[in-house]
Design a protein around this ligand. Structure first.
Ligand SMILES: C[S@+](CC[C@H](N)C(=O)[O-])C[C@H]1O[C@@H](n2cnc3c(N)ncnc32)[C@H](O)[C@@H]1O
Length: 345
C-alpha cells in the first residue's frame, strides 16, 4: 500500500441563501449558534481552532482550513481527509430554521495528491457530483459539473455549480460585476521557505503566538497590510490564517512537509484592487514549482488575466495553460496553471 502524507488540496463549498425577512438579513446565518456550527463540523470531521468576527462576517480557523459565515453566505474550505459535502444538509437545516432558503451552491477543488486516501463521497469527482445531485434541493435546477483541464493530467480544476431560477443579490456595498474570487493552489514549495512553517522545538509558544511569528517572519502580513489576521501554527508544522478587511476575507493554509508540500491562498476582491502586488507577494513567500490560479467572476475581464501573468512571470513562473468555462447564473471560471521555468545551469 502506498504511504500517503497530508492532503493539502482543499475542497471548497460556497452556499448562498435568501429570505424575505429584512431583520433576518442583518445577522442571518451568523445567528447559527456555536454548538450547531460544531455539529456541522463533526459531520465533516474537523474542529474549530479559533473564531473572530467583525461587523460583516465571522471567520473561523479550523483544524483543517477555514469557515466564513456572512448573513446570507457560507464559505467552507477543508483539507486532509475531511468529508466536506456532508456539511450541506445540516447547513440547509439550520438556515431553514432562520427563514433562509438555499439559492446557490458552488463546489470546487483541485486534483488531490493522494486521491486513494479520500473517503466517500470524495472518492472521485463522479461520486462527489452524484452526492451533490442527490443532496441539494430541487429548486436549484440550473446545474453544471465540469473538470477544467491543464496541460498536465495531474492538475485539473473540478467545479460543480447549482442555482435556483431567481437571482438574489444582497451585496449593497459593491458592484457585483467587479467582484472576483481567486483560489491559488501551490505545490513543490521552496524547501528553505517551507521550513519557516515548522515550529522550533521547545519554543515555549502557543499555536497562536507561533502563528503570529510565522505571519511576520514570512511576510504574510504584507500581502494586505489593512487586514486583521487570525493565524495559527500547528505542531510540529503547518499553518493557517484568515484575514479580514471590511467585508473581504483572505485565507492561507500551508502544508510544508517535503514530498507533499502545498500552500493555498484565497481571497475575494475587486478588479480595481492591486492584484499584481498580492500575487507577487504570494509567489515570493512560497516560490512554488507549480501553481494554479482559479478565478470566478460574473463579468469576465481579459485585462485581469493579463495582469496576473504579468505579475508572476518576472518571478520565474511561466503560464502553461488557460481554460475557461461558463456556469449557471453567468459565472465565468478561468483556470490558469504556471510552472517554474527551468533554471539555467
Ligand atoms: C491544517 S494545516 C493547513 C491546511 C491546508 N489546507 C494545507 O494543507 O495547506 C495542515 C498542515 O498542518 C499539519 N498538522 C499538524 N497537526 C495538525 C492537526 N491536528 N490537524 C491538521 N493538520 C495538522 C499537517 O501535517 C499539515 O502540514
Amino acid at each position: 500500500m502506498a504511504v500517503s502524507g497530508f492532503e493539502g488540496f482543499e475542497k471548497r463549498l460556497e452556499l448562498h441563501f435568501f429570505g424575505d425577512d429584512p431583520i433576518t438579513f442583518q445577522l442571518g446565518l451568523r445567528k447559527i449558534d456555536f454548538e450547531s456550527i460544531q455539529q456541522v463540523l463533526e459531520a465533516v470531521q474537523c474542529t474549530v481552532v479559533s473564531a473572530v468576527g467583525n461587523s460583516y462576517f465571522d471567520a473561523y480557523v479550523l483544524s483543517e482550513s477555514s469557515l466564513f459565515v456572512y448573513p446570507t453566505k457560507i464559505i467552507i474550505k477543508t483539507c486532509g481527509t475531511t468529508q466536506l459535502l456532508k456539511s450541506i444538509l445540516p447547513l440547509i437545516h439550520y438556515a431553514n430554521h432562520l427563514g433562509l432558503t438555499l439559492s446557490s451552491c458552488r463546489y470546487t477543488r483541485g486534483s488531490f495528491i493522494f486521491p486513494n486516501s479520500q473517503p466517500f463521497p470524495h472518492t472521485s469527482f463522479n461520486d462527489e457530483v452524484t452526492f451533490l445531485e442527490h443532496t441539494i434541493p430541487s429548486n436549484l435546477c440550473h446545474r453544471k459539473a465540469s473538470i477544467m483541464p491543464s496541460k498536465s493530467s495531474s492538475h485539473s480544476w473540478h467545479v460543480f455549480t447549482a442555482h435556483s431560477s431567481i437571482t438574489h443579490h444582497h451585496n449593497l456595498n459593491h458592484n457585483q460585476s467587479d467582484i472576483f474570487t481567486m483560489e491559488i493552489c501551490m505545490t513543490e514549495l521552496d524547501p528553505i521557505l517551507a521550513r519557516k512553517f515548522f515550529r522550533r522545538p521547545g519554543d515555549g509558544k502557543t499555536g497562536d503566538s507561533a502563528g503570529k511569528e510565522m505571519t511576520e517572519l514570512t511576510g504574510i502580513n504584507e500581502i494586505n497590510p489593512n487586514a486583521f489576521i487570525c493565524d495559527f501554527a500547528f505542531d510540529p508544522c503547518g499553518y493557517s490564517m484568515n484575514g479580514m478587511d471590511g467585508d473581504w476575507y483572505s485565507t492561507i493554509h500551508v502544508t510544508p512537509e517535503d514530498g507533499f508540500s502545498y500552500a493555498s491562498f484565497e481571497c475575494v476582491g475587486s478588479v480595481n484592487d492591486n492584484i499584481v502586488h498580492v500575487l507577487r507577494k504570494v509567489v515570493q513567500i512560497f516560490r512554488p514549482g507549480t501553481m494554479s490560479i482559479s478565478t470566478t467572476c460574473s463579468d469576465y475581464r481579459n485585462e485581469m488575466l493579463k495582469q496576473m501573468v504579468t505579475a508572476v512571470e518576472p518571478l520565474g513562473l511561466k503560464c502553461r495553460s488557460r481554460a475557461m468555462d461558463q456556469f449557471p447564473a453567468a459565472d465565468t471560471v478561468v483556470f490558469q496553471t504556471f510552472t517554474a521555468r527551468r533554471r539555467s545551469v
